[in-house]
Design a protein. Structure first.
Lengths: 201, 201, 201, 201
DNA sequence: TATGAATGAGTATTCATTCAT
DNA sequence: TATGAATGAATACTCATTCAT
């Protein structure tokens, strides 16, 4: 469904996306009904299907959109001139800030794990973060900045897992510390976890 | 519902629990229908309600049961004579082994985050792992084994987040490395993350 | 199912009947489940079917039993030597006393009106009260005690309707007056309603 | 559920109410399934819930609606200039006519007595008829039209009980007399029952 | 007699999706 | 674009009844 949207149409669609993100974040994907989204947006249920083919399509659009913004945020934070480990730290901290601001995002990523019916939509881009980090880890190993005997995939997953679990803790309100402290802690934690050579020097 | 169960009854109930755990692990909680559980167990649909009040009640029972076993596994793995950081490492590694063996468990814990309707059941014991680790972290700080300027709560969450995210990666098949290697990696990772004093010495 | 019951068996059966009557009176026939009856009697659900073929069979037995007792009570109260109108009064007052003591009874008769699936069981004896009163009314008309221009069937139904509706009001607690006053009132009411000749003399 | 209904919507809703009233009258509330209602109305099962929250909500709406109409019918029939006893007679006769025409109504009121789950909905307005009659009875007593030594509440219940039980007899087909005769009989019966002073003069 | 286990048809309710206007 | 109406498949849960012991 490719629809030519007017200005008003684009706004309405964005409104639905925003509202949906909000609700997904609160209740999760499954328990959020289309009726809820429309109610919250103050429109009739039928209108939903003017903008989206299915509930899943809305979901996919939301995920892609968020993913794009997250990667952009990470890109902005990483100094191209810095060494790989520093860039990992920068990316991690930026991610924490992003996740803190866009708590909805995590509700989406969660679904990936729980509901296998979402797999096609999600696996499409599931590995990109792993690849991103993996590239940096390998680069660091080649540069002698990281010990070469650690499994680069596990290391990349360690970074990702830390970032994403702190994202969740932030979302669930289990963390009361100021966001800057959390970001710094996460940055430190992953760098220490990676065991960079100079850190022990 | 307090029911007097015979030996046969207890077995049947356990069978339903096992089957449900299996299915929840495969498809997730929501998409698994009671009919599926009964079909898989080879009993009539109505029998489910002889043993459980609701689907949610089964879920709650499953979670409590698994939680108990996980903690027991952790307890067995931790050497009471060892220093706190070592015990954290031992607990983390044991958890990874446990999660690898009982992938079903994680399907459940996932739900905790996604579906707020599960909250009452789950938050009941959600914090116990945090508390467990928190206690050890504090102990280590008092003993001078960990720097006292790191936030103990964040440190505890770091440990938990690492363990749980690797649990998920294992479950989703994103990790091909042998389980022992993964466990060791996780143990190393969290210990490095905690920045124990002698580790940098 | 004709079963040879031991002494204990008869008691158990009676207990089930009593408990059922109680529950039917409280919640009505439909909403009372066999499980409720058994729970209240403290026996297993399976035992119910040792004593009764079906839920409906229990119901039928209960109705017949109560009907018998009500008619017996009425019979006792009516002076065979008295005039028909006096006997109607006596029967009505006795019925009120009976209904007040056996509130459960009315719950049963209610069903007759609501649930047509009960019809076979109930219509079997539904008209006996009408016939009883009808006989007395006709007798009174022949004796010149009641005006002959009133429809005897309507008159009989007037008596029955009054008695049964006061029975219900008693059951539902809508009446606070002492039972003796209520009985006397009902007796007066039906006699006045019948417009006996001497009453206006 | 506040829904903005179009003309078509209001008609459909009314249709469902009518059909339901019909079925309730035939089979009673419990045994009538939502599927029956929808089948009879020729619509899909799901549509029911566009117009009503639950089966019970439909029931409540039906009762309130009918109650309103009955009271209106009574109001129309009662001559404001007439004495209280005459107005009671007029109201009673009007009620009989109404009940004869809307037999469905009584199927509902029956439930009130049998099924305690309906209590909240029904007791809400259960006493209004009593109050209506009670007011008239008291007025008549003050005017010296009725003896002051009869219990006004019992008298009011006598009127109501007569009317409602004849309503039931009409519904169950136990009465073959023409409706006008029945109404007149009921009017006479309650007036005689009330024992107005001039009636015995 | 009595128990706990098992059955299976039945029922209200939900919800994504489509339709007519 | 937008609305309210309509669909129908799906699903948790109930409950009278039967069975094995």
């Amino acid at each position: 469904m490719v629809r030519q949207l007017t200005e008003q149409g684009r706004e309405r669609k964005q409104q639905l996306l925003d509202v949906a993100a909000e609700l997904f974040a609160e209740r999760g994907y499954g328990p959020t009904r289309i009726a809820d989204i429309c109610d919250a947006a103050g429109v009739a249920k039928g209108l939903f299907y003017w903008y989206f083919d299915t509930k899943e399509a809305l979901f996919a659009e939301l995920v892609r959109h968020m993913r794009l913004r997250l990667r952009r945020a990470q890109g902005h934070a990483m100094d191209p001139a810095a060494d790989p480990v520093t860039r990992i730290r920068q990316g991690s901290e930026a991610s924490i800030h992003f996740l803190a601001e866009h708590r909805a995002f995590f509700a989406l990523v969660e679904v990936e794990r729980t509901d296998e019916r979402m797999a096609p939509v999600l696996h499409e881009g599931a590995g990109i973060y792993v690849d991103d980090v993996l590239r940096l880890v390998t680069e660091a190993q080649l540069a002698g900045q990281l010990p070469s005997d650690i499994d680069p995939t596990l290391a990349a997953l360690g970074v990702l897992g830390t970032v994403s679990s702190f994202g969740q803790y932030l979302r669930s309100g289990r963390i009361s510390a100021p966001i800057d402290d959390v970001a710094r802690f996460v940055g430190d934690w992953v760098v220490r976890g990676l065991a960079p050579v100079q850190a022990t020097a």
